[in-house]
Design a protein around this ligand. Sequence first.
Ligand code: F7E
Length: 321
Amino acid sequence: MNRVALVTGLSGQDGSYLAEFLLERDYDVHGLVPYGRRELCDPRCQLHYGDLPDASRIAAVFNDVSPDEVYNLGAQSHVRVSFDLPVHTADVTGVGALRVLEAMRQHRDASGRSPRFYQASSSEMFGNAVSPQDESTPFHPLSPYACAKVFAYWQTVNYRDAYELFASNGILFNHESPRRGIEFVTRKVTNAVARIQLGLQDHVALGNLEAKRDWGYAGDYVRAMYLMLQQDEPDDYVVATGETHAVSEFVQLAFAAAGIDDWESYVRIDQRFFRPAEVDLLVGDATKAKAKLGWEPKVSFSDIVTMMVDYDIEFEKSKLP
Ligand code: F7E
């Protein structure tokens, strides 16, 4: 019998890469998906309407699907938006994870076992902690989003301790790809670069160019999620490249990938894209994931930038009349 995975957030960047990865390993992949965007959902997946605020629907889908593995990737995941929607973010991103954990606790398969659980925890939980950050670095969240992720992190640990569930946190640093939503800085930049190169717009408006992030490739990071649920024991792992780059470096490289060297003349700084509190520097130490999971990132920073710019140039060209 095929193994069965249930993925919340299947219609997002990470959900789509994880679904492909699991399908290649002969899993039956089910997604809990809100009404709306579907273009990233692999047609081989089985979709179930539902969302993280709706506990009764989550329980019903657990009963229908009877998953072996549950990946909780669903969230309101935009940090700046979380300052506008703090209560909604707490409900979806924080309590949403708890609703899935409750469904897990109450669900047993025919032999009395609970499914294994992966929680998408985030490097944003560290805030402006000392660098590099690893599993022992204390959390100091600096946004409603990060506060919600800290809540979900500790609920996951608590369900592991209190009920002996197989529940693991992956503390993932930023991870990007051509499937990244346009509202995140990397895709916003690569899409704008493509449009500027094609003469479709003349500038891009951005916020803080000084912030530094540890950017990896989303396709590499879903492999770490899967490996966490194949271990003998549940545990928490940082997943990162160990390299950090300023937003300005990403912007410069993206313009260069499209053959444009004077990038500064195409960038305007707009206060709307700054956050009330900013995480200045993130760089992760993934030694534990490397040693215990045998995980390594494969795609380099410059390859991610080039891949995204190339994709966006083709994407924008395909929309031209
Ligand atoms: O911002 C700066 C911004 O929105 C990156 C999410 O997946 O990764 C992501 O969180 C940096 C920040 O991602 C713009 O101030 C400048 O310093 O792409 P971002 P994020 O906030 O780091 C973590 C791991 C998650 O868990 C999150 O869910 O770029 N920045 N100008 C800008 N950011 C945006 N979005 N737009 C700008 O115009």
